[in-house]
Design a protein around this ligand. Structure first.
Ligand SMILES: NC(=O)c1ccc[n+]([C@@H]2O[C@H](COP(=O)([O-])OP(=O)(O)OC[C@H]3O[C@@H](n4cnc5c(N)ncnc54)[C@H](OP(=O)(O)O)[C@@H]3O)[C@@H](O)[C@H]2O)c1
Length: 189
């Protein structure tokens, strides 16, 4: 069955990126690419991706800087209200609005494999709000930033399923439980 997973790196204080979208603090960390929660094993289970436009524009800028080609063979949806460029050979589709309909397309394209919510945090929150987020997998870098792009700006309960260490990172996998228990309506008012 297709699972929808938010897989990302974060600072210890819960930021995906600097306020100016820099990931310099992340790129310099020690990481074992064969270690726990490694990217190669994760991407092998993924059939479709979705990301917000800030993340997409970061990827485009990074590829332009390094000269690498588009690196996701899977169909990729970008959530945006704007018109954005697409690199040659990239299977990129644009969508906006309610993520429920987009999720139907993602699941169909994934064809039994899993869906990766790449980020950012509010987009992962939109899937969680719709009850469509199953899992959160984070690699926690030994960095605090004090400000930046938030990991998951919602009130939610999660269940810790796995932990490990990979290089400088604490890795953790959580199953999504749902809205914070304190926020859920109680029977009988
Ligand atoms: N640490 C990591 O491993 C990691 C992972 C992922 C991302 N990142 C970084 O974290 C930062 C995330 O940026 P962010 O928080 O701004 O999030 P984002 O999700 O990448 O981009 C947010 C933008 O996406 C568009 N969008 C989102 N949902 C939409 C919807 N339902 N309909 C239409 N448009 C929608 C909106 O822009 P428009 O409508 O104006 O286009 C919105 O401002 C980026 O710098 C990224 O590179 C880091």
């Amino acid at each position: 069955m297709t699972r929808t997973t938010y897989y990302t790196a974060t600072t210890l204080d819960g930021f995906l990126a600097d306020p100016d979208d820099s990931l310099a603090w992340l790129m310099r960390q020690d990481l074992d690419e064969h270690g726990p929660q490694n990217y190669a094993e994760f991407i092998a289970r993924i059939g479709a991706l979705v990301m917000g436009s800030t993340t997409y524009e970061w990827v485009l800028a990074h590829l332009a800087e390094t000269g690498e080609p588009w690196y996701y063979p899977q169909p990729t949806w970008v959530m945006t209200s704007r018109e954005l460029p697409v690199l040659a050979g990239a299977d990129v589709r644009f969508a906006h609005g309610d993520v429920t309909e987009v999720h139907e397309h993602l699941r169909a394209a994934a064809d039994g494999k899993d869906v990766w919510v790449v980020g950012g945090g509010d987009l992962a929150g939109q899937f969680a709000d719709a009850g469509l987020l199953d899992e959160v997998i984070v690699s926690i870098a030994p960095v605090v930033l004090g400000a930046g792009r938030p990991l998951l700006p919602r009130r939610m309960d999660l269940r810790l399923a796995e932990t490990a260490r990979n290089g400088a990172f604490v890795t953790a996998r959580y199953e999504v439980d749902g809205p914070l228990k304190e926020d859920r309506p109680t029977l009988g008012g």
